[in-house]
Design a binder for this molecule. Structure first.
Ligand code: ADP
Ligand code: MG
Length: 710
């Protein structure tokens, strides 16, 4: 009998070579194999008649072999094996290339279920290299066939077979039981053993749903458990004792009046940090793009430093760290506070000096990237850590921070305006302050939704914008046309043309199938096309998440300096760089993005004096998607956008997304829960996490996910 820890080589058919290939997918044991979930399914249960399927459609057919397969040799020693088969409506040709062995599989009168794209060859319906399974009276064929993420050398058939073999040979008691017993009853969940079978090999849609529901809940629960335990760590404490300070110097040095919201938030921070209980502050500052969260953080730094302590600010990217430094170092120097910037590109000698300055107390405040500041920096007298999480929840690193620095005051800045109900759940470990008011005089960004038919006008608009001295962002949903090897190198993937019929209504990358139909614009190809064909006289730049950080930074810097007119990118620019001269934001395949994310992107423009615009391009025919986008036309209030997103799509979009992320330090990625449309489920997961004793398996999973010891 196998268990989750059994080496993958214990399965028949896995030798040295296969093991190596599998390890590239992160699969070294049976558990990892079973947690390599299908990314989609082919819906082969939807059997159609040849006569009702249009040319180019992918479908399943039940056909009976009419003629003996004949193999012919063609040029380059290639073989073609061909025969005819029929259903009640008509007959067709079935063709295989270089698979002469199929000649022995198909006998006259045998019936098979075929799956593939129907083409026409001189008027004759033809299936080229379709997938096939014999139809047998005694065993119904599964309606769904799993599609896995692959790596070169592995096929769907092989990986599916392996998962099947593992499921057959595993000890039923070996499945980890993560959920408290109550959960199974309350949510009518299947057992873990069933869940694994259903998710890999659902016989029908109901089973698929059962399996999926189980894993959604399991994921939410482990997440909730991790956060809940991180919070528990921090309930006692011995934070540095800070005395009240006179705020006049701080206020008088600012170049503007604080908004009412900023004043309120700063008072909340102030109360935490000077609290006689000496419980460390753990506070989230949430606010819309441009609401002025940085100044609130600066006030916290001021309090700490004026008390003789040090503070640090961690930003998710180098460029953001640099921007915070530019914003704050001048301001602070006028208050007698020494600020340093420490990032990967800081020169070695300078790095050394800064580290010394922090160790001996000469530097009061350091701004850096997450990685650098969590590494080996020593402070003489630290009191405050600020993390700028932008839109990705740095849940993991926050939990780690909490488990390490239990005596430090922690302030988290989040750029995603997030509805309070959800914030209280997701940031359950933090107190929440909302900067819910924008500084006066902010202009509205004109927002438009257009389809492909506007392309020419849109291009003219770009040209006009640049001619007037503005700069343009164009955001695309993917980097390359066909991303990764996971889509290639497999015969069955032929039939899985994304968005064509046959793939069931969702896939586990978190995108809804109904929204995948329009062809995706890829940043790399589009940038090239724009430069070569559309705007040869303008300067087109490209930046995406797979570039090295230094490369990325250099492009962003050029854009900020005005040396690039049009910046084509994936969503990496979302993380908050400030280019006041940029006045036009174009988002391609806008239907692919969450509303909160689009709002965030829109916040990249309208930061200067120029009248700014945001154009959402979508060729989606899906009414709901288009209606969703309308929300952005109707409001520029980030909280309203977020609430609409929550109401329409559930909390899934507020979880970290799978896709082109910069793979930031400590990012948490959900697989199933991003499909979760149910706030109640999330609430329930948190309720169970705080009220039930976790199982051993659950604690193990939390450690795996959060990488911390409790
Ligand atoms: P975010 O909340 O998106 O991080 P920032 O803190 O970067 O916003 O602030 C955005 C801009 O608004 C900055 O240029 C900042 O100097 C300015 N700002 C912040 N507060 C005020 C205010 N009370 N009045 C005028 N401008 C402000
Ligand atoms: Mg900011």
């Amino acid at each position: 009998m196998l268990n989750f820890q059994s080496p993958i080589k214990n399965l028949r058919g896995v030798g040295e070579t296969r093991a190596k290939q599998l390890s590239r997918l992160g699969i070294t044991n049976v558990g990892e194999l079973l947690r390599h979930f299908p990314r989609a399914y082919q819906h082969r249960g939807n059997v159609r008649l040849l006569s009702e399927v249009a040319e180019g459609e992918v479908a399943a057919f039940i056909l009976t072999v009419r003629t003996q397969p004949v193999t012919k040799m063609v040029k380059n020693r290639m073989t073609i094996t061909e025969f005819r088969a029929f259903d009640d409506s008509r007959s067709c040709n079935i063709v295989f290339f270089n698979q002469r062995y199929v000649g022995d599989i198909f006998g006259i009168g045998d019936t098979f279920r075929f799956w593939g794209k129907l083409t026409y060859d001189r008027g004759v319906p033809t299936l080229i290299s379709p997938a096939y399974e014999p139809v047998r009276e005694d065993r119904p064929l599964p309606e769904f066939v799993p599609i896995y993420r692959l790596t070169s050398g592995l096929t769907q058939k092989y990986l599916g077979g392996l998962a099947q073999a593992a499921l057959e040979r595993i000890d039923p008691a070996a499945y980890p039981r993560l959920l408290p017993e109550r959960a199974y009853m309350e949510h009518r969940l299947c057992s873990p053993a069933e869940a694994y079978r259903f998710i890999h090999f659902p016989q029908n849609y109901a089973e698929l749903e059962r399996g999926r529901s189980y894993f959604v809940f399991e994921e939410l629960y482990v997440f909730a458990l991790g956060l809940t335990r991180a919070k528990r760590v921090r309930t006692t404490g011995d934070a540095p004792k800070l005395e009240p300070v006179d705020p006049r110097e701080f206020l008088e040095t600012l170049p503007f009046e604080l908004t009412g919201a900023q004043k309120r938030v700063i008072n909340e921070i102030y109360a935490d940090m000077t609290s006689p209980t000496r419980k460390p502050m753990a506070r989230l500052v949430s606010g819309d793009v441009g609401s002025g969260k940085t100044i609130c953080a600066a006030a916290a730094v001021y309090i700490a430093v004026k008390n003789g302590y040090q503070a640090s600010l961690m930003a998710p990217t180098e460029i953001l760290a640099a921007q915070h430094y530019e914003d704050l170092s001048n301001l602070f120097s006028r208050m007698g506070i020494t600020t340093a910037l420490l990032t990967g590109s800081t020169k070695a000698s300078e790095k050394k000096a800064i580290k010394e300055g922090l160790a001996d107390g000469a530097i009061d405040f350091v701004i850096g990237t997450h990685a650098l500041l969590t590494d080996d920096v020593e402070f003489k007298n630290p009191a405050l850590v600020i993390t700028d999480e932008q839109h990705r929840f740095g849940v993991v690193q926050r939990a780690r921070l909490a488990s390490k620095g239990r005596d430090l005051h922690v302030l988290v800045m989040s750029a995603t305006p997030i509805p309070r109900t959800l914030a209280m759940i997701l940031y359950g470990d933090l107190d929440i302050s909302m900067v819910d008011e924008l500084p006066p005089g902010r202009q509205k960004v004109g927002t438009y939704i257009v389809d492909e038919s506007y392309r020419q006008r849109l291009n003219n608009f770009i040209a006009k914008n640049v001619a007037e001295g503005g700069q343009v962002y164009i955001v695309c949903p993917t980097i390359e046309e066909q991303e990764d090897e996971e889509f290639g190198g497999d015969e069955l993937d032929e039939g899985l043309v994304i968005g064509e019929g046959g793939v069931v209504g969702f896939d586990f990358d978190g995108t809804r199938e109904s929204e995948r139909s329009p062809k995706l614009k890829s940043a790399a190809a589009y940038a090239e096309k724009l430069q070569k064909e559309v705007f040869p006289d303008l300067r087109v730049g490209l930046v995406h998440g797979k570039m090295r950080p230094a490369e990325k930074d250099s492009v962003m810097r050029q854009f900020a300096a005005g040396n690039i007119d049009i910046l084509v990118s994936t969503t990496v620019i979302e993380v908050g760089i400030n280019v006041p001269n940029a006045s036009l934001m174009i988002v391609e395949n806008a239907e692919r993005f969450g509303l909160a994310q689009l709002h965030q992107l829109r916040g990249r423009v309208g930061r200067g004096v120029r009248k700014s615009y945001c154009v959402l391009v979508s060729d989606s025919k899906n009414e709901q998607s288009l209606q969703r986008l309308q929300v952005l036309r109707e409001t520029s209030d980030g909280y309203k956008v977020a609430q609409a997103d929550l109401d329409m799509r559930g909390p899934g979009d507020f979880f970290p997304r799978v896709g082109d992320t910069t793979r930031q330090h400590g990012e948490l990625r959900f697989r199933f829960a991003s499909l979760c449309g149910d706030m109640e489920l999330l609430k329930s997961a948190f309720e169970l996490a705080s009220s039930c004793e976790p199982t051993k398996d659950a604690l193990e999973a939390v450690r795996g996910l959060f990488d911390i010891e409790y």
